[in-house]
Design a protein around this ligand. Structure first.
Ligand code: MAV
Length: 322
């Protein structure tokens, strides 16, 4: 039993259709963020689809840490039962999973939608389950990641040697190194201070999170590299899932898929709106990156090499072909 889960005592899991269960979730953000709204939607849908009573104990504002902490909790089956997290924060246990959110993977929102509405990511899901005991029960995301920096970055010359934070997966650092930047992996909750104190000059993120965590206060320059459309799995600890009665497991899977669709529509449609809100409020200055297409050419060999090293060249081709 995980810390977040309490079963009615004296009832064998298989003998009752309805049990009282508490599931604990974690969000790094407040109620306004798409991830939080998606997890609230998930809770609502589970209770709609299930005869028993499920209590959702969703902890907000990073109360339970950041995604790298959630990863350990989920893998061990303690403290957190479900959350939404970046594949590139799950590389520690599953080297292949960051393939699904590496920069420049998707051409546009249609491509991203087509891939996430299919089962093309299945082999990556299987590895995550096998190696980390974490289940993907739905896909949300849909924010577009751009560069965010203290000083403006207009082109490759400015990017050269730019000290920036990236997520923990080695492929993230490899890609930004190929773009001649100087990336380092820093925990998300240290980024604000690291920019403020000059340890790094910037990072990359999507509008919803920039706005929610007020990163514009230390890095007000946004460069529209549009290098990633985010893929954010809704995940549950395998240890939690296996303890649920079968009909609740079915409700969780259905609710996860539906909440994912809800979250994708929400964040992708809010992305430009949120950027504009921050521009209008004088919080950010936005500019295009000169010769953005050149970036794509520079990262293709890195993507290919990474996929080859995982024995996933066919998978990468299948994603590209969606
Ligand atoms: C954004 O807040 C989200 O995409 C989140 O899932 C990531 O972990 C975070 O950025 C990050 O850059 O680590």
């Amino acid at each position: 039993m995980t810390l977040g889960m309490v079963f009615a005592t004296g009832l064998a899991a298989t003998s009752v259709a309805a049990q009282d269960v508490t599931l604990r979730g974690a969000s790094m953000f407040d109620e306004q963020h798409a991830f939080t709204k998606t997890m609230q939607k998930f809770a609502e849908l589970v209770n709609e689809n299930y005869d028993g009573e499920v209590t959702f104990d969703l902890r907000l504002n990073g109360e339970l840490g950041v995604e790298s902490d959630y990863l350990t909790f989920l893998q061990q089956g303690v403290a957190v039962d479900y959350t939404i997290m970046a594949p590139s924060n799950m590389a520690k246990f599953s080297p292949s999973i960051p393939l699904m959110d590496m920069p420049f993977l998707f051409r546009d929102l249609d491509h991203w939608n087509a891939a996430l509405s299919s089962d093309v990511m299945k082999p990556l899901e299987e590895e995550l389950l096998e190696k980390a005991d974490i289940m993907i029960i739905g896909y949300t995301g849909g924010g577009t990641r751009n560069l965010l920096s203290k000083d403006p970055i207009a082109n490759l010359d400015d990017l050269n040697g730019h000290k920036m934070r990236v997520m923990g997966a080695p492929i993230q650092a490899q890609i930004f190194s190929a773009l001649t930047a100087a990336p380092s992996a820093i925990a998300y909750n240290e980024v604000y201070n690291a920019i403020q104190t000059g340890v790094i000059a910037g990072f990359e993120n999507e509008a919803a999170s920039i706005q929610n965590l007020k990163f514009y206060e230390v890095a007000p320059n946004v460069t529209l590299t549009r290098h990633t459309i985010t893929v954010r799995p809704i995940v549950m600890s395998g240890k939690t899932f296996r303890k649920l009665p079968e009909d609740l497991q079915a409700a969780v899977l259905k609710a996860g898929a539906e909440a994912g669709t809800f979250g994708r529509e929400l964040e992708s449609s809010e992305d430009a709106v949120k950027l504009q809100e921050m521009i209008d409020a004088g919080q950010i200055k936005v500019q295009e990156f000169e010769n953005r297409d050149q970036l794509l050419e520079m990262v293709l060999p890195v993507q290919n090499e990474y996929a080859n090293s995982l024995g996933a060249a066919d998978l990468l081709e299948a994603i590209r072909a969606k």
